[in-house]
Design a protein around this ligand. Sequence first.
Ligand SMILES: [Zn+2]
Length: 461
Amino acid sequence: MMVYEHGTLITVDPQRRIILDGALAVEGERFVAIDKAQVLCERFPGAERVDLHGQVVTPGLINAHVHTAQAMIRGCADDMELIDWLGKRVWVLQGNYTEDDGRASAELCILEMLKSGTTTFVESMLAERYGFDGIAAAVVSSGIRGTLAKIVMDVGTYATKDNWMHPGMVEDRETSLQNTLAMHDKWNGAGNGRVQVWFGPRTPGGVTPELYREISVLARQRGMGITVHLAEVQADRVYLQEHFGRTPAQYAEDVGLVGPNVLLVHAVWMDANDVAILARTGTNVAHNPASNAKLASGIAPIPEMLAAGVNVALGTDGGPSNNTYDLVREMRLASYVHKARTLNPLVMSSEAVLEMVTIRGAKALGLEREIGSLETGKQADFVAFDLDKPHVVPHFNPVSTLVCAASGADVDLVVIQGRLVVRGGEVLTMDQERVLKEAGKRAVALWQRAGIDSRPRWPVF
Ligand SMILES: [Zn+2]
């Protein structure tokens, strides 16, 4: 039994209570009591105690869209058009990955996420060449929760026929599909239930409608989730209209990519009818405002989706598109960008944004009964932020302080499934020095192997 006491608790429970001088009692992997510190002090006099005085505590943060293999190619394609960004940099580098590169990049990504308060993430597209086993093992040993979606594809193009993928990124239908099922058999539920294995089919253009339909049926039979990039850029919407005469959500519904077990990524180019389809079918959306802004993809109609009843979670996307995996910083942009677009400061509150990285993220993963809020009986996943710093004092509304002023660097302590994984800002379950050194070394070799010029654009002396 552990009691974490004297923190300000933002519970995100059904009443959305904020408990001043609160305490969390944890036994094994679950919360057994959440109340005022004084109450739990009297109730559990013999428990081991951790003092969270001056700290603000939230449920563990849930990053709904991550590419772990892209941490090692952070900043590889800044200020480029999407087609060049993918075809000349990202796919070329990723197409040269070895399985050890995939594992080292995932370790770097997980280290960054843990230090910035992410306790659960969705990896949306694991390629065969990244080595699923090594990445799943890194999730298990690090203590984080990971939903790992494996790529399924049967067409080696992205949106248009002339833009062939790097050969190292092309996979055939049978291998990509059968190995997803094999990885589900092997890893789903591993790490005491912290690992989930999902389908991560490529975006329309990389997958035929027949294969999407087959994935949809298999997912239902096996109780698996599906995550897929949809309508990220305007060209995606045009492509679906030209080839199928359908809008993005109409197409998704045609091929079985809707429902509570589906997490659509980006959903930028959606009209009111698309939004209504997502709401009617209970389909989830992962919003990635930094990636959409950096790649000039557009701004997703998130306030409209929330108003229609769509469940929206928040993601960071990857190293070349964001370029960080800090979900706290992502909250700030999610809060601000929709106000700028709609000329309405009321349209996206800090509270709405914090829900996206907690209870809404949990719902997108089908885990809302287990994680996403500080509630007795739920899994003990939480983050304590040290807000005794110049950029976050004073903090009368701790929710707006976290969303608008804090960063992931303010995380002091992280507990996942009752296990202390970050304390004093340091990750206890990973060797930071080794992870940084290996990722740095492998990145240099990878860029050389891929023949990509890594010099800055300004002259270096
Ligand atoms: Zn993505």
